[in-house]
Design a protein around this ligand. Structure first.
Ligand SMILES: NC(=O)c1ccc[n+]([C@@H]2O[C@H](COP(=O)([O-])OP(=O)(O)OC[C@H]3O[C@@H](n4cnc5c(N)ncnc54)[C@H](OP(=O)(O)O)[C@@H]3O)[C@@H](O)[C@H]2O)c1
Length: 248
């Protein structure tokens, strides 16, 4: 199992030019093959970028999949421009929070939804206004250039009501209905995070610059990964954020 990783390069194939033995890197393995929950990981050169020096290995391992998904939702699907307005549904999850941070760093204004008890956390991220998950769209005065559903639970009707003219609705949920909607002309798009060295470099740089910091809920050694994953599946984490598995 496992997609995201960070670590130090131990060996490279003879055609590899972008990274060298001893480089500190972050990246992902293919979802199909997986295998990042391990002491040693084999990855394609295109899926690996250098880790910014100021970023810990734990923080670096927390960003690839949520960062790429948020980045591609905003920039590839949403054509995010400076000064745009963005609404992020589920703004404190891995993808949601990454989108909030990347959009803010790009000069967008960001509104979003979260649980009622989490509003202060959302406020600290600069989200304004903040609404509950099941908000009434009539209570929002503003229309948004991008409505990003980062949990796949926002009713399409609600998303349409808060969308600005020529805006985009983007969802992380590739359900058959959403795939069909996104194939039709109109504002609806599904984001499916795709491997991209350039996008991985962009999020690594954002993390290095301090603009992208997914929270870490728990760090466990590999020997304790199975109970930690089981508990995550059954109860979530006690604290919001990523479960990080370290060698040992
Ligand atoms: N398409 C892609 O390429 C792609 C890539 C990565 C992830 N995903 C999908 O994106 C989704 C989010 O992933 P993630 O890694 O960000 O997960 P995550 O960190 O667990 O975040 C999930 C978010 O959903 C919120 N949530 C829980 N119940 C909700 C409800 N009833 N209504 C609205 N929001 C609710 C959570 O809020 P609380 O924290 O308050 O519970 C949290 O903010 C998952 O469905 C995942 O499968 C898709």
């Amino acid at each position: 199992m496992g997609y995201d990783f960070a670590g130090t390069v131990e060996a490279v194939g003879n055609k590899v030019t972008r990274v060298r033995i001893g480089d500190d890197v972050l990246g992902g393995v293919s979802i199909k093959e997986s295998g990042a929950f391990a002491d040693v990981v084999v990855a394609r050169e295109d899926d690996v970028v250098k880790k910014p020096a100021g970023l810990s290995f734990e923080a670096a391992a927390a960003i690839p999949i949520v960062g790429i998904t948020a980045y591609q939702a905003l920039f590839n699907k949403g054509n995010l421009r400076r000064g745009a307005s963005v609404f992020v549904h589920a703004s404190l999850g891995g993808v949601g929070r990454s989108a909030v941070q990347l959009a803010s760093a790009h000069g967008a204004t960001v509104a979003g939804s979260c649980r009622p008890g989490s509003a202060s956390e959302a406020r600290a991220l600069g989200i304004d206004p903040i609404v509950d998950f099941d908000f009434d769209p009539a209570t929002l005065q503003q229309k948004f250039d991008i409505v990003l559903d980062a949990s796949g639970t926002l009713p399409v009707k609600t998303a349409r009501k808060i969308l600005a003219r020529k805006g985009r609705i983007i969802t992380v949920k590739p359900s058959p209905a959403n795939m069909a909607r996104s194939a039709l002309p109109g504002p609806f798009r599904v984001v499916i995070g795709q491997p991209s060295t350039a996008d991985l470099e962009a999020i690594a740089q954002a993390a290095g610059d301090g603009h992208l910091r997914p929270p870490i809920a728990q760090v466990v050694p590999l020997s304790e990964a199975i109970p930690a994953l089981t508990s995550l599946e059954q109860h979530g984490t006690a604290k919001r954020g990523k479960l990080i598995i370290v060698p040992g």
